[in-house]
Design a protein around this ligand. Structure first.
Ligand code: NAD
Length: 245
């Protein structure tokens, strides 16, 4: 018996990085998965399986999200993974960057949750998992103004949804990773001009002396999605190799 047998799971940002690992982990535990991503090429690289559907979706497109909610009305696990890292302090942050950060990191979760929650409430079963970050209201990092602001909002959004739907059988939790080795981290390190030096700098923030693996974050999502975590709601699980200690 897989830990997610019979569950239908919708994942945003499922084409690569943490989202991709969530898709793999959920499939391995018997779930039916709808992997969505803005990037169709990444979706095409997912393994073919009768339990996997792919769905191209930009999480800033509220109408498309509402359509997805109608099309997949049997979803009982929603993983909000798509995210965006803006660099800079408040003095470098433009209006456009702040709007984009809120649109991709927060309003996306407002829209997906609004789209999938009513059917979960009707069935009295649901688990919503929001990927936040340890750089939020947990701790800060230099030059992450818009990112930290929006990820802190994710923790508030998570607790609010958890509180309002606790009696309806719907749980809502967040995961706050530290630095995780994913394609987007790789691009940020490469953009610094010196990949090795940037990697050393990122690793030095982790008291464990290494970056996290996307599969390690997916393991926490798997627990939250499964019935093993049915007493867990409104929680934020920090998984950061000691970054915030
Ligand atoms: P990643 O860039 O490797 O993967 C993100 C995926 O989201 C990509 O496939 C991308 O195409 C998709 N995506 C981007 N914009 C989208 C949009 N508008 N609509 C739909 N899909 C979109 O990123 P990752 O490092 O795996 O990060 C995943 C999540 O984890 C993000 O929310 C990120 O903030 C969070 N996180 C990452 C780290 C880290 O160190 N990697 C740490 C803490 C939190």
């Amino acid at each position: 018996m897989g830990r997610l047998n019979g569950k239908v799971c919708f994942v945003t940002g499922g084409g690569q990085g943490i989202g991709r690992s969530v898709v793999d982990a959920f499939l391995a535990e018997g779930a039916s998965v709808i992997a969505s991503d803005i990037n169709q090429e990444r979706l095409n690289e997912l393994p073919s399986s009768e339990f996997l559907k792919t769905f191209q979706l930009d999480v800033t497109n509220g109408q498309a999200i509402a359509r997805a909610g109608r099309e997949f009305s049997n979803v009982s696990v929603l993983v909000n993974c798509a995210g965006y890292v803006a660099t800079g302090s408040i003095l470098q942050c433009t209006d456009k960057q702040l709007d984009m950060s809120f649109d991709i990191n927060v309003k996306s979760m407002f829209n997906t949750t609004s789209a999938f929650l009513p059917a979960m409430v009707a069935r009295k079963e649901g688990s919503i998992i929001n990927i936040a970050s340890v750089v939020s209201s947990v701790m800060t990092a230099p030059d992450r103004f818009a990112y930290a602001t929006t990820k802190a909002a994710v923790l508030g959004l998570t607790m609010s949804v958890a509180r309002d739907f606790i009696a309806d059988g719907v749980r809502c939790n967040s995961i706050s990773p530290g630095t995780v080795d994913t394609p987007s981290l790789h691009s940020r390190m490469a953009a610094s001009g010196d990949l090795d030096e940037a990697r050393k700098r990122f690793v030095s923030r982790q008291l464990m002396g290494r970056l996290g693996a996307a599969e390690e974050i997916a393991s926490v999502a798997l627990l939250m999605a499964s019935d093993e975590a049915k007493f867990m709601t409104g929680s934020n699980v920090v998984i950061d190799g000691g970054m915030s200690l």
